[in-house]
Design a protein around this ligand. Structure first.
Ligand SMILES: Nc1nc2c(c(=O)[nH]1)N[C@H]1C(S)=C(S)[C@@H](COP(=O)(O)O)O[C@H]1N2
Ligand SMILES: [Mo]
Length: 183
């Protein structure tokens, strides 16, 4: 009896220590800090967005958004956020469509410092509903973003907002798909 109690105590201590280390591991950010977002690729006017210059762009504020993982779990609830539409950023950079008949082949890759990169098609941002709700966010709940880098991108109208939520954003890059050689 005495022995099993002792064993139980040792086990619970061990579990406590293990859970502590796993909590520390989870709290450790996977991205490194980037203070800027480089807009580049197939654009006429590449430029860099900083935490100061973003304020000179077409900033909007939205309320009550949740970041929901693929699993259905709510990872974050935002009372409010401030950001700039990705569509407006692309308009400022002026995407070069050398062949408008191939406009459906362009895409925008949102890059992050831990390489959790997410693409949006040029078409869905320009003509689809995602264009009205895909934001480069720099302020959450009235404060500059801190734990997730300085900039976050997400599409507020996604069914699950987690997968296309990008933290530690450092680049927005326009490309055209390379088709496999065929026929
Ligand atoms: N840069 C970066 N962004 C990321 C991830 C990541 O690993 N790295 N994880 C994604 C996932 S799977 C989800 S559900 C949301 C919320 O994740 P969090 O709760 O870890 O912040 O962020 C997304 N953005
Ligand atoms: Mo997730």
């Amino acid at each position: 009896m005495k022995n099993s109690t002792k064993g139980g105590k040792t086990l619970s201590r061990l579990l406590f220590v293990l859970s502590f280390f796993s909590a520390v591991a989870q709290a450790k950010p996977s991205g490194t800090l980037s203070e800027t977002v480089r807009v580049s690729g197939l654009v006429e006017k590449p430029f860099t967005i900083s935490t100061t210059s973003v304020g000179t762009m077409n900033v909007a504020e939205r309320e009550n958004t949740a970041i929901i993982c693929d699993s259905g779990q709510t990872r974050k609830s935002l009372k409010s956020f401030r950001g700039v539409l990705l569509r407006d950023i692309l308009d400022s950079a002026k995407v070069v469509l050398s062949n408008p008949g191939q406009r459906g082949e362009y895409y925008v890759l949102v890059r992050s410092t831990d390489n959790y990169n997410v693409l949006f098609s040029y078409n869905e941002l320009t003509y689809g509903t995602a264009g009205e709700s895909t934001w480069l966010v720099f302020e959450e709940n009235g404060k500059p973003i801190d734990d997730d880098g300085r900039f976050v991108v997400f599409c507020a109208s996604d069914r699950a907002t987690g997968p296309r939520h990008v933290k530690w954003v450092n680049g927005i890059e326009v490309s055209k798909i390379i088709l496999p050689v065929s026929n």
